[in-house]
Design a binder for this molecule. Structure first.
Ligand code: SF4
Length: 343
């Protein structure tokens, strides 16, 4: 365990002090080229395409000297990402696996699901997850400016079936509380909007993000607030996460988690069972277990549907229903996530 004085730092300082140099990460974990298999070696190409970005607090949860640490494997840009690109493309891996550019109705707004719109209010994330389906997404061309809100507002009013706004990745909790409050205030002006859903990995990787100002904003909005955190492994969760979730729970924020099923990281019944129980300890319910979206550079994380279904069956047998997430696939053009049948 690496000892950082991150508790003394506020979340903004932590965001400004992310590790972005792969060599620094290897040095902190005392990993040398001898510890890594050839395909695990650093790929500058992968790093340039989607830069390493990881909070020190998250690195502190990695095991020193372990090249197979499940947290390390989620963030380190290595050779497998760029290997056999032709094969990856033939196997259906693409830069936009969910066809989001087509659903991108207005800058910063996607209307994929009937009653919900999804907004990307920032392209920034606190951590770069190598399997991210938006790793190639052109955020810069799609960020909503204040002047774009006028068009978005009109679009929502023209679609009375929309009752929920989802803030999603780039990570919405990387923006300042003032900006977040400004967006929420806009949403509140629309009587048809009842629910605000925030999808974020920040409370897992920098739990101090749940600060007093944010709690005040979320406690005073008229909207029902749902926070969907994103954790793939129980090792990611610590006492700081528990404290943050307790504070959110106390102001009636509904708490869910979504995970991605990833080869070598959590493709194992025992790991997922431990994750479900650990989340529940923190008052968070497992919501979705996604199979991998086929994004270029992430093919080495893929597991077969048959393996996913076998693991899932074991979860169904062992866990109470409220601790079993829904096993789903997101398919481009579909109006909902598709459950994977388990027989
Ligand atoms: S959008 Fe979410 S999954 Fe993608 S890199 Fe950012 S935090 Fe990770």
């Amino acid at each position: 365990m690496i000892n950082y004085l991150y508790q003394e730092k506020n979340w903004q300082s932590q965001l400004n002090d992310l590790i972005s140099d792969p060599e620094e990460l290897l040095a902190l974990l005392k990993l040398t080229t001898h510890d890594l298999k050839s395909e695990q070696l650093l790929s500058q190409h992968a790093h340039q395409q989607f830069k390493l970005r990881v909070p020190r607090q998250f690195v502190a949860k990695m095991q020193v000297g372990n090249a197979y640490d499940p947290l390390f494997l989620q963030v380190f840009p290595h050779h497998l990402e760029m290997q056999d690109m032709e094969k990856q493309i033939q196997a259906g891996f693409s830069a936009d696996p969910l066809g989001e550019l087509e659903a991108n109705t207005l800058p910063g707004m996607l209307h994929k699901y009937k009653s919900r719109i999804l907004m990307t209010i920032t392209g920034a994330c606190a951590i770069h997850c190598r399997y991210c389906f938006r790793r190639h997404f052109p955020y810069q061309e799609n960020l909503p400016k204040s002047r774009d809100w006028f068009a978005i507002e009109h679009y929502i009013r023209d679609h009375p079936e929309i009752n929920e706004i989802i803030l999603s990745g780039g990570d919405p909790l990387t923006v300042s509380n003032d900006k977040l409050a400004q967006w929420i205030n806009r949403f509140e002006q629309l009587p048809q909007i009842k629910t605000l859903r925030i999808h974020s990995r920040v409370p897992v990787v920098i739990p101090q993000r749940i600060d007093d100002d944010l709690l005040r904003i979320l406690a005073t909005t008229r909207l029902k607030v749902i926070l969907v955190v994103h954790s793939n492994h129980a090792n990611e969760l610590d006492i700081d996460f528990d404290v943050a979730m307790r504070k959110l729970c106390n102001i009636n924020v509904t708490l869910f988690n979504q995970s991605v099923l990833l080869s070598e990281i959590n493709d194992n019944f025992y790991i997922l069972k431990a994750l479900s129980y650990r989340l529940f300890d923190a008052r968070v319910l497992p919501y979705y277990l996604h199979v991998l979206d086929k994004v270029q550079g992430a093919s080495h994380f893929l597991i077969t549907d048959a393996t996913a279904q076998t693991i899932y069956q074991a979860l169904l047998k062992e866990l109470p229903g409220y601790l079993v997430p829904k096993l789903v696939r997101e398919t481009s053009g579909e109006l909902h996530k598709t459950p994977l049948n388990v027989f």
